[in-house]
Design a protein around this ligand. Structure first.
Ligand SMILES: Nc1ncnc2c1ncn2[C@@H]1O[C@H](COP(=O)(O)OP(=O)(O)OP(=O)(O)O)[C@@H](O)[C@H]1O
Length: 503
């Protein structure tokens, strides 16, 4: 049997209707849900998750149907390619399940660009009925007496990332926590698919990545999409526990177990019962604690410090590290047996400087958040970035990754007196570039002599930046030339030819 499925973006009118604002009626989504029979409703949302959740709750009361919300942050509500990607991601997830569906796309809620994408998708990739609603005419089927050729699909999709599509097959729908991981680049798409795949398997996961690359975000998303969602998610920063307290913090203790143990204490492992234990900075765990942790994981039992009884434990471990744990094993600072117990599902998060195309998305996301957080402050002027400030952000190598990006924007916004964050304010807000970035030495510290070919080295650097700028600007050479300080489109084209960079 086919499930009758309504899909729509949540629009501002829907939100206003749910808040009972006058003159907007029930809003297009609730109108449709009441006028027609649907087995399920999937709502895409670019709004704050609290607002979307409140809307779904209201819709349940209003129309008697529980909708699933997919948070899809867009850098702007009219960004065609992002809207297209968000919609196809949701649809692909739905169709990766065996369940057959009869789709209805609601084109009224949201921006015209969102409506246009539904039309495009209904006419090309997915068979779907299109509906619209108005207060005057109610809910109507939209009939479009023409065909759209698949040639109009955005190039990104036509190129098709077959590997990602293949990996997504058979996956359950993405939970909002994964949807909140802002990304566009293929490297992140692949890690997210891997994470979603491993999430449902209940095996230990090791997440590797430089500081501030989103390891905790991934750990939470894995927990939320596992069968342990709703159970505790206990986060432990292994580097922050004083050595002498590690055992009692991990395993708990009985009253009087040692001087100062005036009360019995439940340890992290017991607190995570039924849920997920997130061991952040696992590489910092002292060796003796590693032995005890390994034993607890093997035997699935723990003993509180000072107790004679043992307790059975059941939790999933997700560990994270910004060190290369195998190097730590080689240096005998990390136990090999514990490494193998933890590293069943391994995810490697790429640093921001390797995530071509993601930076501007993240910048817009953090700036929106910054403005939204200060909305109520009457003295706060809504901030936007000048082109020069954005270019500086794009030129920075982000050794401190996404956390550093978010903090830099915050600093620059606070320091700029007017509504526009200028280049100078951004320059002041950026920390000077550290020179120990991987790759830096490889360019500047080569040995002089016969092996050094300066013209090839310069060409390598040029190729690297031209390719990055071209990708970042999504093939728009007028935009790309500004990212690398070349005067115009023509010079950029000449350089591309000279250094053999493909279009
Ligand atoms: N792709 C992303 N989209 C949105 N926010 C992100 C993304 N990646 C990271 N962040 C944000 O950046 C900050 C750092 O991320 P997180 O704490 O997950 O990194 P981490 O790798 O665990 O860092 P550390 O190694 O220092 O503990 C957080 O505020 C997080 O919400």
């Amino acid at each position: 049997m086919k499930l009758s499925t309504l899909i729509a973006w949540i629009g501002n009118t829907d939100l206003r209707a749910s808040r009972g604002e006058l003159h907007v009626g029930a809003g297009p989504i609730a109108e449709a849900a009441k006028a027609r029979e649907f087995d399920e409703i999937h709502l895409l949302s670019d709004h704050k998750s609290t607002e979307s959740k409140a809307f779904a709750k209201w819709l349940k009361e209003e129309a008697g149907i529980q909708a699933k919300v997919w948070t899809k942050r867009l850098s702007g509500p009219t960004r065609f390619s992002e809207i297209y990607e968000a919609a196809t991601e949701v649809l692909d997830s739905l169709f990766s399940k065996a369940q057959d569906r009869k789709l209805t796309f609601h084109i009224s809620p949201g921006t015209p660009a969102m409506g246009a994408v539904w039309v495009l998708l209904a006419k090309t990739k997915f068979q779907a009925e299109l509906i619209e609603s108005s207060r005057e005419e109610g809910v109507l089927t939209v009939s479009l007496p023409f065909e759209i050729a698949a040639d109009y699909l955005p190039a990104r999709d036509l190129e098709g990332d077959d590997e990602i599509m293949r990996l997504t097959q058979g996956l359950p729908p993405e939970v909002p926590e994964f949807g909140a991981i802002i990304h566009r680049c293929a490297a992140m798409k692949t890690v997210i698919v891997q994470a979603r795949r491993v999430a449902v398997e209940d095996v230990p996961v090791l997440i590797q990545g430089e500081s501030g690359t989103g390891k905790e975000l991934f750990a939470r998303a894995i927990h939320e999409s596992s069968r342990r969602a709703g159970k505790p998610f206990v986060e432990v920063n292994c580097g922050a526990i004083p050595r002498e307290l590690v055992e009692s913090e991990f395993f708990g203790h009985v009253k009087g177990a040692f001087t100062g143990a005036s009360e019995a204490k439940v340890g992290y492992l017991e607190s995570a019962k039924g849920g997920t234990l997130f061991l952040d900075e696992i590489g910092e765990l002292p060796l003796d604690a590693q032995v005890k942790l390994l034993r607890a994981l093997q035997e699935k039992k723990i003993q509180r410090v000072g107790a004679s009884k043992t307790y059975s434990i059941d939790f999933r471990v997700v560990a994270a590290t910004n060190r290369t744990l195998l190097d730590e094993v080689a240096e005998e600072r990390f136990r090999e047996d514990l490494f193998h117990r933890l590293a069943v599902g391994v995810l490697s998060l790429p640093p921001l400087r390797e995530r071509s195309g993601d930076l501007n998305l993240l910048v817009d996301h953090f700036l929106d958040r910054l403005n939204a957080d200060r909305e109520r402050n009457v003295e706060w002027e809504h901030k936007k970035l000048s082109a020069g400030a954005r270019n500086l952000l794009n030129q920075h190598p982000w050794p401190g990754n996404i956390r550093e990006l978010s903090n830099t924007l915050c600093r620059a916004a606070i320091w700029s007196p007017g509504p526009t964050i200028g280049k100078e304010q951004m320059r002041n807000a950026l920390f000077p570039v550290k020179r120990d970035i991987p790759g830096y030495d490889a360019v500047l510290n080569r040995n002089l002599g016969n092996d050094l070919d300066l013209s090839e080295l310069l060409a390598e650097v040029a190729r690297h930046y031209l390719t990055r700028a071209y990708e970042e600007a999504e093939g728009n050479k007028s935009a790309a030339c500004q990212l690398v300080g070349l005067p115009n489109y023509q010079t950029f084209t000449n350089w591309m030819k000279k250094y053999g960079v493909k279009e």
